[in-house]
Design a protein around this ligand. Structure first.
Ligand code: SAH
Length: 455
């Protein structure tokens, strides 16, 4: 191959990789080019070369693909947040559907799976209810907030991310003015000095409640009343707190929360169920799509009110509480104790008495309960992290022999692997839906219904 690093090549983008990069060939050599889409003819500079493929940087779009769109965000290329802003939303959904289909076929061996539904967003912007903006200084020493440039920690000034709510910009402006007027220094990662590290903002989409939490490298916020006076004026403001994080690492939040004004939590609803959200609680970031996904899981579970349901990897019990409304009894299992504490409180607050929760690894708790207590299930729901279900769990699920299994997955590769195991003898894939929880990004959620075969 006659190319070398820094060469400029012309190529036609004919495919897209799992991370949304365009893929094309220059004289038979495969190049991955970020920010390009299928159908683009581009000029790109080779940045990194491996034996069989390399990475190139988009220099110029020579002929745009018919599916290329103007990104809404001016920082789309530099920011590490979005990968697909250059692609029309319709094609983003197609990309996600094909990704799931491809994995089910390649890894699971499922040849003719019909994905019956791709659940997209009507408005694929401003869907995030949570944002964490780093605070720092630009080259001129001015205090800024925005986003980390892809794979780095240099901050690109941007207060108006199109994935977040519009009120974010106003909140950030108030914080910056307060910092400048009161000589509050932003945190400097290199020296470990300065005070304000991040601004965390969360919004209850159904309640309209807003939370602002400043993450501090210190135990107090000087002249805090000047900040709270400003922020209180914003309609919906419900909670103003600070979080203490003096550690020199990349974890955003520390353990301690101090209330400055209002409550130390906000509330929101998924369906009819109310959740209390503190700065530290886990809560799905796209509430609109979460509700659609869980409604799909509920539909697939086919509950009539008589069923015993196990919800494994239950987190704060969102799916469990959703299902409890239609089931006889729901049992949730989750590894994080704080999440289970939230799940129990959420059940109580909503008057849901038929949901019980256990802390532990799903692959320990379920086999133990099954072997020692002989627990049973009519329906099992799993929503594991990206690595998928543990083998020991799948074995127990097969032994328990529920009528239906609903598999909610954030990684279609491990989903395909696990479905292959579950379908080897007993189950068959009945229904598959793909839900777009992260428009403009590459991640995709899948919901699958497995039905026990009639022998
Ligand atoms: N359904 C949940 C979110 C599931 S995300 C909700 O809607 O809130 C996956 C969850 O699995 C996380 O909460 C994670 O803490 C948990 N988890 C990871 N490994 C686990 C294991 N081995 N056993 C049980 N839970 C686990």
């Amino acid at each position: 191959m006659e190319f070398k690093k820094n060469d400029t090549v012309t190529l036609y983008i004919e495919d897209m990789g799992h991370d949304g990069e365009g893929i094309g060939k220059a004289d038979g050599y495969t190049l991955f080019v970020k920010d390009t889409v299928i159908g683009d003819k581009v000029e790109a500079r080779i940045m990194k070369m491996k034996k069989n493929y390399g990475y190139a940087r988009l220099m110029k779009v020579l002929e745009p693909s018919k599916d290329r769109v103007q990104p809404r965000c001016p920082a789309a290329r530099a920011c590490g947040g979005c990968q697909l802003q250059f692609l029309s939303y319709e094609k983003q959904l197609e990309f996600k559907k094909n990704k799931v289909k491809g994995n089910l076929k390649r890894i699971g061996g499922f040849e003719n799976i019909c994905i019956e539904q791709v659940i997209g967003m009507e408005e694929p912007w401003r869907y995030r209810n949570k944002a964490q903006f780093p605070v720092g200084k630009n080259k001129d020493g001015e205090i800024i907030t925005g986003f980390y440039a892809g794979r780095t920690h240099s901050i690109i000034s941007n207060k108006n991310c199109y994935l977040g709510t519009e009120v974010n910009e106003q909140i950030l402006e108030e914080v910056l003015v307060y910092m400048k007027e009161n000589h509050i220094e932003p945190y400097d990662e290199v020296s470990g000095t300065g005070l304000v590290r991040h601004v965390l903002i969360r919004c209850g989409f159904k309640t309209g409640e807003i939370m602002v939490c400043l993450v501090l490298n210190g135990d107090a916020l000087p002249k805090a009343e000047k900040l709270t006076a400003r922020l209180q004026e914003i309609p919906g403001m419900t909670s103003i707190t600070f979080n203490v994080n003096k550690k020199r690492n990349n974890v955003i939040l520390g353990d301690k929360i101090v209330k400055l004004w209002g409550q130390d939590y906000i509330s929101d609803y998924i369906g009819e169920v109310q959740y209390r959200i503190s700065p530290l609680s886990f809560y799905q970031v796209n509430p609109v799509q979460t509700e659609k996904l869980y409604n799909t899981a509920l539909e697939y579970a086919g509950l009539t009110g008589k069923e015993i349901v196990w919800d494994l990897y239950c987190g704060i019990g969102t799916i469990s509480l959703f299902l409890a409304q239609k089931a006889k009894q729901v049992y949730g299992v989750e590894i994080v104790p704080a999440a289970i504490a939230d799940a129990k409180k959420n059940a109580e607050r909503n008057g849901i008495a038929n949901a019980e929760f256990y802390v532990g690894k799903a692959e320990d708790v379920l086999p133990k309960k099954y072997e020692e207590e002989g627990v049973s299930a009519d329906v099992i729901v799993v929503d594991p992290p990206r690595k998928g279900c543990d083998e020991a769990l799948l074995e127990t699920m097969l032994k328990m022999n529920p009528e239906r299994i609903v598999y909610v997955s954030c990684d279609s590769a491990t989903l395909a692997r696990d479905l292959k195991r579950l379908c080897a003898e007993k189950y068959e894939v009945k229904r598959v839906a793909v839900c777009d929880m992260f428009p403009q990004g590459v991640h995709v959620e899948t919901c699958v219904l497995l039905q026990r075969r009639t022998m």
